[in-house]
Design a protein around this ligand. Structure first.
Ligand code: FCB
Length: 465
């Protein structure tokens, strides 16, 4: 893409409200590397990625983007792109190597330096406390299946707020508890790699409880912009056959409603609680838990990548499934182009999701905390990375956000996933989501065309053009 093409974007009609936040997101284990320096304790992702057969070609986050040592360069890139915000997560086991107990100051210092660098660059820090890297010591005591982990999470949140509350304005408790619970404890695709519906259902509830406890504590300590990030996938039935319709109801329940509703309405959806109980994995709710979980938040983080079509089948699929009691439900292959993740592309599903969230929680401001796509990016002979598919995905999805705003949805910001290519969990370094290309051999960063397009959109927005 030439600079003329980038300028040609004026035809896209992407006008955002004044003050709209534009950022990019990352997560600790996906970018930091430096897994055994400065007292960091192991996390479940160290264990999982080092277990043979769990990740693509045995990839691990041992080095990743070496962001731990290169963060000043990465913050300069953010400044160059004109980001007004950066969403990152803290590795719990850098700060509390055993998950609880003694605080490792060197770990905290890393985040202090990062935050200072961001503030200096004029980039607002958005801190996520938990993006999946549970300290291994806590996993050894049962992980999220154990109720005590929720209390330990709140303690850790307090440590972080005491250290950084004066400098970090935006706080988020969890990233995608659906993945931490259902992919980690039910499908076995993510750490800790278990396949146990009872553990999975317990993990769901304890993650939400941890969110509520941490939210209450940070609120008491003075936090005034607190949220949580959930990942939403709209679910449609393949046909109007009642079995398919019921399959879509179940999956919409476990993917979307089971996480959102307790937070915004103070109750689990009745049908979902029944499905889980019928599968022998009831939600372990105790008196008072739902009041804690529904502690008011200031914003909801929305992660959106694709939508799904599902159908019921007569025999169990035999494939590992994240869905509790979902052995007889399968995804229909997406129609049309897919990203290298195999995910379909559906910008209209994004607008539909945002309008639905606005109906369910009308007063709650939404921030898109992740949206993006993976492609086979290469550095070309001209030294550039041409990623037209990502540019198109980005423009289409930004347009969907504009559509939603025009329909009255209160969307206040957008964070691209991701700032740079990184360790894509079980898919390792095989999947590239970055606006910035990373050569893992040299750690060289190269802006992709999509980064230039994004920067141009941000520049116009800043200039009111
Ligand atoms: C989300 C995760 C993020 C990244 C993207 C592609 O589910 O939050 O870390 O892996 O998917």
């Amino acid at each position: 893409m030439t600079s003329t093409d980038v300028r040609g974007l004026s035809g896209t009609g992407l006008t955002f409200p004044p003050g709209f936040t534009f950022g990019a997101a990352t997560a600790s284990y996906q970018i930091e590397g430096a897994v055994d320096v400065d007292g960091r304790g192991p996390s479940i992702w160290d264990t999982f990625s080092h277990t043979p057969g769990k990740t693509f070609e045995g990839h691990t986050g041992d080095v990743a983007c070496d962001h731990y040592h290169r963060f000043p360069e990465d913050v300069s890139l953010m400044k160059e792109l004109g980001l007004s915000a950066y969403r990152f997560s803290v590795a719990w086991s850098r700060v509390l190597p055993e998950g609880a107990g003694p605080v490792e100051q060197r770990g905290l210092d890393f985040y202090r330096r990062l935050v200072d660098e961001l503030l200096e660059a004029g980039v607002a820090p958005w801190l996520t406390l938990y993006h999946w890297d549970l300290p291994q010591t806590l996993q050894d005591r049962g992980g999220w299946a154990d109720r005590d982990t929720a209390a330990r999470f709140a303690d850790y949140a307090g440590v972080m707020y005491d250290a950084l509350g004066d400098r970090v304005p935006h706080w988020s408790t969890l990233n995608e508890p659906m993945c931490s619970s259902l992919l980690g404890y039910m499908a076995g695709q993510h750490a800790p790699g278990h396949r146990d519906p009872v553990e999975a259902s317990r993990a769901v509830h304890h993650l939400l409880l941890g969110h509520g406890l941490a939210t209450g504590l940070l609120r008491d300590k003075g936090a005034d912009h607190l949220g949580i990030t959930l990942n939403f996938t709209p679910m449609s039935p393949a046909t109007d056959d009642p079995a398919d319709v019921d399959a879509a109801r179940r999956l919409d329940g476990q993917q979307n409603r089971m996480f959102l509703e307790p937070i915004v309405t103070g109750a689990y959806p009745v049908d979902v609680a029944e499905d889980l109980a019928a599968a022998g994995a009831p939600l372990p709710v105790e008196d008072g838990d739902l009041e804690v979980i529904s502690t008011p938040i200031d914003w909801l983080g929305v992660n959106y990548y694709f939508e799904s079509t599902v159908r019921a089948v007569t025999e169990p699929t035999g494939k590992p499934s994240p869905w509790i009691g979902g052995e007889r439900i399968e995804d229909v292959e997406p129609e049309g182009a897919t990203t290298t993740m195999g995910w379909g592309i559906s910008p209209s599903g994004f607008t539909g999701l945002l309008t639905r969230l606005h109906r369910i929680a009308p007063g709650l401001p939404l921030f898109i905390t992740e949206n993006g796509s993976a492609w086979n990016d290469v550095v070309d002979d001209d030294g550039q990375v041409h990623d037209p598919e990502r540019v198109e995905y980005l423009l289409q999805h930004l347009a969907s956000v504009v559509d939603a705003i025009e329909q009255g949805v209160d969307v206040r910001g957008y964070f691209a996933w991701s700032l740079m290519d990184n360790f894509e969990w079980a898919r390792g370094y095989d999947q590239r989501f970055g606006l910035v290309h990373v050569d893992y051999r040299t750690q060289q960063r190269t802006l992709k065309d999509s980064a230039r397009v994004y920067a141009e959109i941000l520049r116009r927005h800043r200039d009111g053009a």
